[in-house]
Design a protein around this ligand. Sequence first.
Ligand code: NI
Length: 138
Amino acid sequence: MPELIRFGVSLEKDLLERFDKLINEKGYNSRSEALRDLIRENLVKKEWIAGKEVAGAIILVYNHHKRELTNRLTDIQHHYQKLIISTQHIHLDHDNCLEIIAVRGRPKNAYKLLDALKAEKGVKHAALSSSSTGKEIS
Ligand code: NI
C-alpha cells in the first residue's frame, strides 16, 4: 500500500458545507475519499492536455425557442467540423433539444468547442465526457 500523508486544508465554512452536501449526494464515505477523486480527475484532465488524442461526447441541452440559438450553435459546429465526427439531435419536449456531439481530436479543441457552446445564451447544460485514445498527436 502506498504511503499516506495527512495534510490540513482551510476552507470557507460555506464552501465546506456545500462540499459535504456533494459528498453525501455522491455517496462518499469521507472527505478524504472525495478529495482524492477530485485530485485524480484533475490530473487526468492535465494528462489529456499533454498531447494525447481524445474521443468523447459533448452533451448539450438548449431551448430552441431562444432567438437564433439553433443557427448560432450550428455555426459554431461548422467551425469544428474536423473535430466533430457525428451529431445526434433529439427533440426532448416542446421547448428543449438535446444534442450529442461526438468528437475526436486534440483535447484543447474539444474544450474550446465546449466553451464556445456553453457561452451561448439559452444553453442550459453543456458537458464533455471524454477518454484518451492513447494516440500521440503529432
Ligand atoms: Ni430539437
